[in-house]
Design a protein around this ligand. Structure first.
Ligand SMILES: CC(C)(COP(=O)(O)OP(=O)(O)OC[C@H]1O[C@@H](n2cnc3c(N)ncnc32)[C@H](O)[C@@H]1OP(=O)(O)O)[C@@H](O)C(=O)NCCC(=O)NCCS
Length: 187
């Protein structure tokens, strides 16, 4: 799937779609399924894209198996030059077949605010609906306020039993000191 993007500051949630009919040249974004050959590029990008204190270790949360076993429900976005512009790694839960789960999403810093993250999520929502899912879950660090605001904008409810600076979260959710806020959204 190819879509024309936009340049400059934020253009609104539907901008990528609207611009497909634009008369002036705009960057083309190519959406495709990942392969294992994409693993190194994704994991190399994560530290710089996240830029959080723990970002050097974040690639460990995305081992190669995700591209071996969840490629059919994940998406890679490349710019006109074939450079990685964004990605979403998600899957349908085997244990909860009514649930889709988004494990990782990233948009290259210069591509943010253009609606690309929303587009990746809405594409995944549509794919999960088609499989019969009725909800999508995700989780993020209690410190990742950007991710929290993105999920709020995407209609997710926050879940947690402990207050982390005004955000509900779960203590030791993913291991010692790995506090998380979990999200859920009906489809
Ligand atoms: C979170 C991330 C994927 C958002 O991507 P994006 O392409 O900039 O998001 P969009 O432009 O599609 O924005 C979608 C909505 O989220 C909101 N949003 C996105 N980031 C936001 C932020 N940091 N603060 C407040 N709102 C934000 C937008 O305002 C927009 O709302 P609207 O559609 O109602 O106007 C991107 O910032 C990123 O890659 N961050 C680093 C990695 C990360 O933290 N990933 C999530 C945890 S796995």
């Amino acid at each position: 799937m190819q879509l024309r993007g936009t340049t400059g500051a934020r253009r609104g949630r539907d901008s990528l779609v609207d611009m497909t009919t634009s008369t002036f040249a705009a960057p083309v974004l190519n959406f495709r399924r990942p392969t294992v050959a994409d693993h190194l590029g994704i994991t190399t990008s994560i530290p710089g894209w996240w830029g959080t204190p723990n970002s050097a270790t974040l690639p460990l949360l995305l081992p190669r198996l995700f591209l071996q076993h969840f490629a059919d429900t994940s998406t890679i976005v490349e710019d006109e030059g074939g450079e990685l512009a964004g990605f979403l790694i998600g899957f349908r839960s085997q244990s909860q077949p009514e649930t889709g789960y988004i494990h990782f999403v990233g948009v290259r810093p210069d591509q943010r605010g253009t609606g690309l993250g929303r587009m990746l999520y809405e594409k995944f929502f549509a794919e999960m609906r088609a499989l019969g899912c009725t909800r999508v879950d995700a989780a993020t660090s209690v410190l990742n306020t950007g991710s929290q605001e993105f999920h709020r904008a995407m209609g997710f409810a926050f879940e947690g039993d402990t207050d982390f600076n005004g955000v509900p979260g779960w203590v030791d959710y993913d291991g010692p000191e790995q506090h998380r806020v979990s999200f859920s959204r009906a489809l």
